[in-house]
Design a binder for this molecule. Structure first.
Ligand SMILES: NC(=O)c1ccc[n+]([C@@H]2O[C@H](COP(=O)([O-])OP(=O)(O)OC[C@H]3O[C@@H](n4cnc5c(N)ncnc54)[C@H](OP(=O)(O)O)[C@@H]3O)[C@@H](O)[C@H]2O)c1
Length: 243
């Protein structure tokens, strides 16, 4: 078999698909949004909290030939989550929902130093917004009998200093399991993905992995075949090109 070349380009495995990637103004989401556009997605909706923060990723998406749309929403505000869903549905919904955006509260040395706000913020952005986007965007996927949802989780373990963040990711895992059971046989496949510890703004400068190492693994749950099981757990670092 010949290798991909300019005259024999690699097949674009998401040709004609539309996608929303939350938190795609930077970090993991930015890489995923551009990668999906390179795979032929016809429209990639990028998301951040401001138009300015989305400008770079929008340009990267459009440079592939895909349609790029930027939508802004503060996911800590439930009304803005609903407004984001409204605007996505007004565009016809999406085939792929990549729930990537998340916040991490400050490091707290002991549980008595955790605040109510640490937990409320973590759960609103990381869990409740994700659940609402699923609830609002899945019905149109079901109508088309095709959809892929990726809920980004974390391998964080035994880190009580970030218990509010870690617990929110545990809730994402549990919700994904339940949702997979509900979606069985619908053509809509939900997965969860741990990107690995990366040197993004969230992961910090001491993380062992470059942000780019999240690819190609981060696209594996998007590219699942129609007979794949729902509720699978993927570790992006397992698919590293240098592994
Ligand atoms: N980096 C790691 O080591 C690591 C490890 C395990 C799991 N993860 C998970 O991977 C995902 C991506 O993380 P990352 O490292 O790429 O994060 P990041 O670099 O900090 O980027 C976060 C993204 O989420 C958006 N965002 C942040 N707060 C938001 C809010 N309140 N409302 C709406 N959007 C908001 C940001 O948009 P703005 O530009 O508007 O701020 C940005 O696009 C997260 O789910 C994270 O939990 C990361």
């Amino acid at each position: 078999m010949s290798s991909p070349s300019p005259s024999n380009p690699a097949p674009r495995r998401l040709a004609g698909r539309t996608a929303l990637v939350t938190g795609s103004s930077r970090g993991v989401g930015k890489l995923v949004a551009e990668a999906m556009a390179r795979e032929g997605a016809s429209r990639v909706i990028v998301h951040g909290r401001s138009e300015a923060s989305c400008a770079d990723v929008l340009a990267l998406v459009r440079a592939t030939g895909a349609e790029g749309v930027a939508l802004t929403a503060e996911l800590a505000e439930p009304a803005q989550v609903e407004a984001l869903a409204d605007r996505v549905l007004a565009l016809g919904g999406v085939d792929i929902l990549y729930n990537n955006a998340a916040v991490m509260h400050p490091w707290r040395e002991s549980i008595d130093l955790h605040t109510q706000q640490d937990w409320a913020w973590s759960f609103q952005v990381n869990v409740f917004a994700l659940v609402r986007l699923c609830a609002r965007l899945i019905p149109s996927m079901r109508e088309k009998h095709w959809g892929r949802i990726v809920n980004v989780t974390s391998g964080i373990d035994k880190t009580p200093q970030l218990a509010g963040y870690g617990s929110s990711k545990w809730a994402v895992d549990k919700f994904t399991d339940d949702l997979a059971a509900e979606l069985k046989g619908s053509g809509v496949i939900v997965s969860r993905l741990d990107p690995g510890w990366l040197r993004t703004d969230l992961g910090g400068p001491h993380a062992p992995n470059a942000p780019e190492s999240v690819l190609p693994g981060a696209l594996v749950p998007v590219l699942l075949s129609d007979d794949a099981a729902g509720g699978q757990f993927f570790r992006a670092q397992d698919y590293r090109r240098d592994a």
